[in-house]
Design a binder for this molecule. Structure first.
Ligand code: FAD
Length: 459
């Protein structure tokens, strides 16, 4: 029976990195992938999604350009041409991932793999077992559907957004997490009549309250209809499209219904529990800070652990684990202060604590907040706004969080994240010279707190 030092199940962001680094350390490594190498991020997530976001933003650029003296013919969007180019880029990245694995000496196995027990993996299509001293579960997750809702099989999930034969005239998006918001922005930007249906009372529930409020207002200004406190009850076929019904009795005719209601880790039917790997209530693999599951020799990283479902987190976990198993590494992945974004239009970038979260943890807080029209929007006469917010611990002066909505908000937050991670104080921001004229200079020129929170001392 073939034997490996490391057998990786899943060729996505985390699995590919772990396999490559382990092989570079001299380990005998195999990686099984039952779909395309690259996983969610490259094939049906971050990368094609961001390309769609960029495509959708040209409409605003064309409209604004007139104020800058440009004239051009009528702007038209060709979905087929865009989709072809988007898939060419996906194919390029897929090939690059395969090439890098090959170059590192990783054996790529195109098969569905399951755990047969500690130290043993079953390859379904090949019908054979292989031995491995270490097994890494990097199987990611899949989009949730609503099997109990009548007609939900007529709806699509995010994977299908990258395969649409043509742009629908109208779309109903169920959910209000970042994936829902991003696709709503894309669709509205491409001229699709877009409605967002959210069970709760706000969009982006885990985000800072001002960010949520600003984002909702901005999306509504851009023509997205946002329906809160109601949920999908059923979907029927109607004429050429669909008719979605809600619990409150509303009807939404739409050509396409997209379910963007969260993801579930890929842990069922792959032999985990039989091998002694404990799962939590949501089906995620329970791991310690070294990505070790409850079964000796079986590890898990990335979305399947449901720690923080982000590509850089999966990559860092995979890299750190490979270094530890085969390179003498001792590092532990720090999941605090991980920057994250919503690539909607406008764009959101966040790092650290939101105001409400910080209030729960810190008795004395100062909030610095500013809202303004970026220079380009001012000239173009567009209603685009930018909002920036710093959450500061008034006792230590430490910056606990930074939240930005507006053009390039995510790019700015990536850089601010270094300062936040280093434990920068508000005084360090103040001491940093502004770079003029930029929008980001506002981050170092906010002098007076907009609000102060002081928790009353208990009698
Ligand atoms: P995955 O990338 O999902 O890889 C798992 C792989 O395992 C898959 O290729 C799967 O086919 C394979 N597999 C599963 N079971 C088996 C088996 N039994 N045998 C063989 N192969 C198997 N993150 C960001 O950081 N930024 C973003 O902008 C962003 N945008 C996103 C947009 C969308 C629409 C979605 C859905 C996700 C987005 N994410 C984003 C999240 C990001 O894609 C994931 O966090 C990341 O891909 C997780 O990597 P992973 O290695 O854990 O899993």
């Amino acid at each position: 029976m073939t034997s490996y030092d490391l057998f990786v199940i899943g060729g996505g962001s985390g699995g590919v990195r772990a396999a490559r680094i382990a092989a570079r350390h001299g380990a005998r490594v195999a990686l099984a992938e039952h779909d395309r190498i690259g996983g969610t991020c490259v094939i049906r997530g971050c990368v094609p999604k961001k390309l769609m976001v960029l495509a959708a933003r040209f409409g605003d650029a064309f409209a604004d350009s007139a104020a800058f003296g440009w004239t051009h013919g009528e702007a038209k969007f060709d979905w087929t041409a865009f989709r072809r180019n988007m898939h060419r880029e996906i194919d390029r990245l897929n090939a690059a991932y395969i090439k890098n694995l090959d170059a590192a000496g990783v054996t790529i196995i195109h098969d569905h793999a399951t755990v047969e027990g500690p130290g043993r993996v079953r390859l379904r299509d090949a019908g054979e077992n292989v031995e491995a001293r270490n097994i890494l579960i990097a199987t990611g997750g899949h989009a949730n559907r609503l099997p109990d809702i009548r007609g939900s099989e007529l709806a699509i999930v995010s994977d299908a957004m990258f395969e649409l034969e043509r742009l629908p005239a109208s779309i109903l998006i169920v959910g209000a997490g970042y994936v829902a918001i991003e696709f709503a922005s894309v669709m509205a930007g491409l001229g699709v009549k877009t409605t967002l249906l959210q069970r709760g009372s706000a969009i982006l529930t885990d985000f800072d309250q001002d960010v949520r409020r600003e984002m909702q207002a901005a999306m509504e200004r851009r023509g997205v209809e946002i329906v809160l406190r109601d949920e999908l009850a059923g979907i029927d076929r109607r004429d050429a499209g669909l008719l979605a019904r809600t619990r409150e009795g509303r009807d939404f005719p739409a050509e396409t219904v997209l379910l963007a209601i969260g993801r579930t880790p890929n842990t069922t039917g792959i032999g985990l529990e039989e091998a002694g790997v404990a799962l939590d209530g949501e089906g995620s693999v329970i791991v310690d800070e070294h990505s070790q599951s409850t079964a000796p020799g079986i590890f898990a990283i990335g979305d399947v652990t449901n720690k923080l479902a982000l590509t850089p987190v999966a990559i860092r976990e995979g890299h750190t684990l490979a270094d530890r198993l085969f390179g003498g590494g001792t590092a532990v992945v720090d999941h605090r202060n991980v920057p994250h974004a919503v690539f909607g239009t406008p764009e959101i970038g966040c790092v650290g604590l939101g105001e409400e979260e910080a209030r729960a943890e810190h008795p004395e807080l100062d909030i610095y907040q500013t809202s303004f029209r970026p220079m380009g929007a001012q000239l173009a006469g567009s209603d685009e706004k930018m909002m920036m917010k710093l959450v500061v611990d008034a006792t230590t002066d430490r910056v606990l969080g930074c939240h930005i909505i507006g053009p390039d908000g995510a790019e700015m937050v990536q850089m601010v994240a270094i300062a936040v991670k280093m434990g920068a104080a508000k005084a360090d921001f103040d001491a940093t010279m502004a770079l003029h004229p930029t929008a980001a200079e506002e981050l170092v020129t906010m002098r007076e707190p907009t609000r102060r929170h002081r928790r009353e001392a208990k009698e």
